[in-house]
Design a protein around this ligand. Structure first.
Ligand code: AOS
Ligand code: ZN
Ligand code: ZN
Length: 388
């Protein structure tokens, strides 16, 4: 039997990067609602992320999005973040909001547009040099809406050529992660639609290129934990964008729509060594809080990941292996389900208190009055939106 004491050292080192954009206002194409206290500057977004870390001990880094988080002085931003106890993390590039990219960015048929997109990534690498960030995350909106609109093959070749230019500029300690998504904003084809395409592109680049798996970027019914297993097996799972979805790329709170799926994913992460000290896997959230308050939304998210990690770590592995070896189908399934149904919340609460953290970070935040304080303080200026 695995006990909570056995798994505590692993939970101790769990770290989940928060996306800066989760603290801005967000919505759908129908409406973006404003929330009192929403950040007006990159510094205020970082302060909100630091609050999540202060109450949970789970979120020591903030991912940036360029140009949404552009500042004049990166060293000053880095010192500001470090002063609040967090690091500046993954830098996300953005080649999807300029008219030039209407028909593609790194895949565009025009070499001048491709070079412009490559140059944007060089700029992101300059930012990373100043912030000390390790990872450059590339998600492309590139694709087409109609069969015949463009050459699928030529675009894939352009992508390979563009990525190679960016890869060549990575520093010794820097990495590139290529995110895939099966649709949206393009609806007929996407240039990096699946893990196989991302894997094929990053594999030829070298050891510093990995795949990023966003849990909301698959067709309904996809067995995501199988992909997790395969990428770990191939040594190419570089990072996760965690979120949950009911229908499309909903970017809802991770573990909210399907906690069992999150458990199964984390079980495969553990099996593949993804929680080991030297693991290449970076855990990150990619979420938007359209109607709920953002700081508690992020607190809930990291706690959901922690709770499902604890449950996945509690799987009685010797019993599982014995049942599998005996082809005891229901026995093996039962071992897994026993762990999934274990309520780890009381043990986690006690453990948090022992580390000087609030037993219930959600309650601590609600009772702190912090949300009201932010609303009172952050008046004037322009609230940032997710895609500011
Ligand atoms: C887009 O669907 C992706 O999930 C990206 O990770 C994107 O960069 C992020 O959502 C912020 O726009
Ligand atoms: Zn994502
Ligand atoms: Zn997404």
């Amino acid at each position: 039997m695995t006990t909570f004491a056995d798994i505590a050292p692993i939970l101790e080192r769990q770290a989940i990067e928060l996306p800066s954009w989760a603290f801005g206002n967000s919505g759908t194409r129908f409406k973006v609602f404003g929330t009192p206290g929403t950040p007006r500057t990159p510094e205020e977004k970082i302060a909100d992320a630091a609050k999540v870390n202060e109450l949970t001990g789970l979120a020591p880094a903030v991912a940036l999005h360029i140009p949404w988080d552009l500042v004049d002085d990166w060293s000053a931003l880095r010192s500001y973040a470090e002063g609040l106890g967090v690091q500046l993390g993954t830098v996300n590039s953005n080649t999807f909001q300029e008219d030039d990219y209407k028909f593609g960015s790194l895949t565009h048929s025009d070499p001048a547009i491709r070079q412009k997109a490559v140059d944007h990534h060089f700029r992101c690498l300059d930012v990373m040099d100043a912030t000390g960030s390790r990872d450059l995350k590339i998600w492309l909106a590139d694709g087409t809406n109609y069969p015949g609109q463009d050459s699928l093959r030529a675009r894939q070749d352009h992508l390979a050529e563009s990525l190679a230019k960016i890869y060549d500029r990575l520093g010794d300690d820097q990495r590139m992660v290529l995110e895939y998504k099966f649709f949206e904003p393009a609806f007929y084809h996407t240039d990096v639609p699946d893990w196989g395409t991302s894997f094929a592109q990053v594999s030829v680049l070298g050891d510093k290129a990995y795949t990023c798996l966003d849990t909301g970027h698959h067709a309904p019914g996809t067995n995501i934990e199988f992909i997790v297993m395969q990428l770990l097996r191939l040594g190419k799972l570089g990072s996760f964008d965690f979120n949950s979805r009911f229908y499309a790329d909903d970017d809802l709170i991770v573990g909210a729509a399907d906690p069992f799926q999150l458990f199964r994913i984390l079980f495969e992460v553990i099996n593949g060594g993804g929680l080991e000290v030297d693991s290449p896997v970076q855990f990150m959230l990619d979420q938007c809080h359209n109607v709920e308050d953002k700081i508690p939304g992020q607190i809930r998210s990291v706690l959901n990941v922690q709770e499902m990690t604890a449950r996945a770590l509690l799987v009685d592995r010797p019993a599982l292996e014995a049942a599998q070896a005996a082809h005891d189908v229901l026995g093996a399934n039962g071992v897994l389900m026993d762990a999934f149904y274990t309520d780890v919340r009381p043990a986690l609460a006690e453990w948090r208190e022992g580390r000087g953290l609030p037993a219930d970070p959600m309650k601590a935040y609600a009772e702190s009055g912090h949300q009201g304080k932010l609303a009172a303080e952050r008046v004037g200026g322009k609230q940032l939106s997710w895609s500011a």
